[in-house]
Design a binder for this molecule. Sequence first.
Ligand code: NAD
Length: 439
Amino acid sequence: MPNQDSVQIAPAEGKLGVLIPGMGAVTTTFIAGLEAFKLGLGKPIGSLTQLGTVRLGKRTEGRSPAIKDFVPLAKMSDIEVACWDIFEDNAYEAATKAGVLETALLEQVKAPLSAIRPMKAVFDQNFVKRIKGPNIKAKGSKMEHAEMVMDDIRQFQKRTGVARTTMIWCGSTEVYHEAAAVHATLKDFELGLQTDDPEISPSQIYAYAALKSGVGYANGAPHLTTDMPALQELARNLNLPICGKDFKSGQTFMKTLIAPGLKSRMLGLNGWFSTNILGNRDGEVLDEPGSFRSKEVTKSSALEYILQGDLYPDLYKEFYHKVRIEYYPPRGDAKEGWDNIDIFGWLGYPMQIKINFLCRDSILAAPLVLDLVLFMDLAQRAGMRGIQEWLSFYFKGPMHAPEIYPEHDIFIQLMKLKNTLRWMRGEDLITHLGLEYYD
Ligand SMILES: NC(=O)c1ccc[n+]([C@@H]2O[C@H](COP(=O)([O-])OP(=O)(O)OC[C@H]3O[C@@H](n4cnc5c(N)ncnc54)[C@H](O)[C@@H]3O)[C@@H](O)[C@H]2O)c1
């Protein structure tokens, strides 16, 4: 039985609106999955909210409920999706072009996918350089664009009758930029929206509009968006959750599995070379140096934080880390990643590990989108505001408070996530001490 006060969580009644800027490979794979599950076609493999369990109490108690029974999550069938994109294709056409799912499956979900037409996007070629599309909002100031997005949100809520709404960015990766003066406070930011400050990106306009509409915001891409003081201030003021950045789906997922293992055995690292080939639109956008830089930063930081060279100078002080992404159209979404890891052991003797991951980018990312929207909705109903560090599990570059370093180790991230769920329900946190079994 729970032994402390549990957190008040409003019930998951009614439909959950999920708003997505960007209706490309990841988004259409996510939506097609939701529709396929309704028809009993396939299972939500890769989703912790749908397949995971959480152990409660002592190992002798035998209590391991499904996560979705333990915390009140919205049902997959209660999700209503709407998207924005710079292209006019409906979700069926976009999914067909993305080439992730087979035609036979897409034909079976054609009707609901065809009904999802993207709203006109807020777009700025300075932030995404390699693509151009016709479905964009009329000219206006950045503040006017934010108001147009708020209007889209209101229309969507009215049309669908959703009880709650959350937003998740699955749009292209914007070019690398750091927080500037306009991001310092909410006042600066709102002034910047009015004066069209060039440092405000489209994703920041969506995020501002979401928060002002009472909608939490998750960022599936590596660029800045809410990772700056002004929008964090807004999220806190309005009691709304935010999280990011960059889905941890493929190569970095592998990296955060292997690196904690090497460290646990005190094996040293001389170098880690990672390269990828991919040929989808994401790869095309990332072929541009500014967008690649955003990705490079989130992809590179994990190892340094996990290995803690300052604490273990003999093992990790000066390893060489290189990350490459090569755009190679024939591969489409079927990305291939190679890692060469030069490690050393007893007496400094060198060894190598090679990883060749033939993955499917959007197949790995879609369940993360599902989990994030369900957990963000839960967080909002539980009154959790600001950065949701417990959702670091899903991100390559987890957002974190300025005074602490981000937690990248996936096993610590999972423990943190599950302990947060236990905490919400007033259950004992699990420390894995276990001495009581041997008294
Ligand atoms: N495993 C993964 O697939 C994975 C992992 C980590 C991060 N991501 C990130 O998720 C995002 C989506 O990936 P994807 O493979 O679906 O890419 P994609 O190129 O297939 O789709 C992105 C869509 O966003 C649209 N877009 C761009 N700017 C927009 C704007 N301002 N407003 C609305 N729409 C806009 C594009 O037209 C495109 O249709 C990318 O930023 C990618 O880097 C993906």
